[in-house]
Ligand binder design. Structure first.
Ligand SMILES: *Cc1c(COP(=O)(O)O)cnc(C)c1O
Length: 422
């Protein structure tokens, strides 16, 4: 009502505000930059109210105008929901993909992709330091259903080529940087190897985020996310996503359940048929997080580098693992393949006891699993996030500590680690 004070005539019924014809068509954001797309794609102001943020459509079903007369294509919320659709559209845009799919968790997204791309008897190449839950899913859930796997060091391209079994390997799983050892692998080079073998290339982009790394542009067929982490960014929601490249094809020789060879069709079918979807409120929180991803990642990267440099000079630390340090074996590749080096730092101490002691003593870094939120977290992978891979090829060193460097003042973060290591 501020114009009442600014213009004495505003209450006069004959004084109409100047009327400017609004743009009738939705704006085309395809040429816009990353942050602009993250904020606007999927978030057109609501046609009925002008609300600038998509509503939480907390609804299961939709009135049909006569049998099959769907308004906007909505029928039942497992199949599609407007809040989830807003998130899926935004995710597809920021990853440069043809379609996005939002799930109840990162592992639900992975499970859906594995069902869509694999059949009993197939073989998968997995990173030898993959996220523990990914490895557990492939080895202990899909294993008994007839899927074999080979763990391999993805930073060794000869080893990747050797692990691929032509005619049997249907999927190559890449995670870069990996969790927790931050190994960097060459997406474009592995894409060429997967393509030559007729296999699908999936890249878990959770650690890098679409802001720092664009796997589809480097030849990946599908990007996988735990949106629980940086995309959500506030440690308040669990979610997952798949984004499929334009024209991505199922493994050579496989026809999907809808009779096509398109990965997009197969994932869409499986998302609805298995139903591990993101709920409306979770989708809304995740979309809210995505809108600030770019500014958050800039700060995560800057603070992580400062923390890594501090640790490098500390006598109680035997090794600092951060792709932004020239000492990291993947530093040059990461500089080429990524816009920044991310917010995750790992370091080794002198013993398991020393690692556990540091985790117990920090006050600003909270001892907790997960990562990618505004608050800094510290954890002991061997006993916590990666306990499920103890005794396997993916076992992590016992003296390893993992940090998710958050958005607090970096001086407070460095001081906290200093007192914890003292
Ligand atoms: C957390 C995580 C997952 C699993 O996601 P959830 O949302 O916990 O199911 C997958 N990959 C990576 C790299 C992760 O950090």
């Amino acid at each position: 009502m501020s114009d009442i004070h600014e213009s004495p005539g505003a209450q006069d019924a004959h004084t109409e505000p100047a009327h400017i014809e609004p743009a009738l068509t939705e704006h085309d954001w395809t040429a816009a930059g990353f942050a602009t797309r993250a904020i606007h794609v999927g978030s057109d102001p609501d046609a009925a109210t002008g609300a600038v943020v998509p509503a939480i459509y907390q609804v299961s079903t939709y009135k049909q105008d006569g049998v099959g007369g769907l308004r906007g294509g909505y029928e039942y919320s497992r199949s599609a929901n407007p809040t989830r659709a807003a998130l899926e559209e935004a995710l597809a845009s920021v990853e440069g993909g043809a379609a996005g799919f939002a799930f109840a968790s990162g592992l639900a997204a992975e499970d859906t992709l594995l069902r869509a791309a694999l059949r009993p008897g197939d073989h998968v190449v997995v990173p030898n330091d993959a996220y523990g839950g990914t490895y557990r899913l492939i080895a202990r859930v899909f294993g008994p259903w007839g899927i074999e796997h080979t763990p391999v060091d993805l930073s060794d391209l000869d080893a990747v080529a050797e692990a691929i079994q032509p005619g049997r390997t249907r999927l190559v799983w890449v995670e870069t940087p990996t969790n927790p050892l931050l190994t960097v692998s060459d997406i474009a080079a592995i894409s060429a190897l997967a393509r030559a073998a007729g296999a699908v290339l999936a890249v878990d982009n959770t650690f890098a985020t679409p802001y720092l790394q664009q796997p589809l542009a480097l030849g990946a067929d599908v990007v996988v996310h735990s949106t629980t982490k940086y995309v959500g960014g506030h440690s308040d929601v669990v979610g997952g996503a798949l984004v499929v490249a334009d024209g991505a094809q199922l493994p050579v020789g496989l026809e999907g359940p809808t009779g096509t060879t398109s990965v997009r069709d197969a994932v869409a079918f499986h998302q609805n048929a298995s139903g591990a979807i993101a709920g409306p409120f979770d989708a809304w929180l995740t979309l809210r997080g995505l809108k600030t991803l770019a500014v958050r990642m800039d700060r995560h990267c800057a603070s992580a580098l400062a923390v890594a440099r501090f640790l490098e000079d500390h006598s109680a630390v035997t090794e600092v693992i951060y792709p932004g340090l020239p000492s990291h074996p993947g530093h040059e590749l990461a500089a080429r393949q990524m816009r920044g080096f991310g917010g995750m730092v790992a370091f080794r101490t002198t013993s398991e006891e020393a690692a556990l002691a540091v985790c117990a003593r920090t006050r600003v870094f909270t001892l907790a699993e997960s990562l990618g939120g505004v608050e800094s977290l510290i954890e002991h992978p061997g006993r916590m996030t990666h306990a499920s891979v103890a005794g396997s090829a993916l076992e992590v060193p016992a003296d390893l500590v993992r940090l998710s460097v958050g958005l607090e003042d970096v001086a407070d973060l460095v001081a906290d680690l200093g007192q914890a290591l003292a």
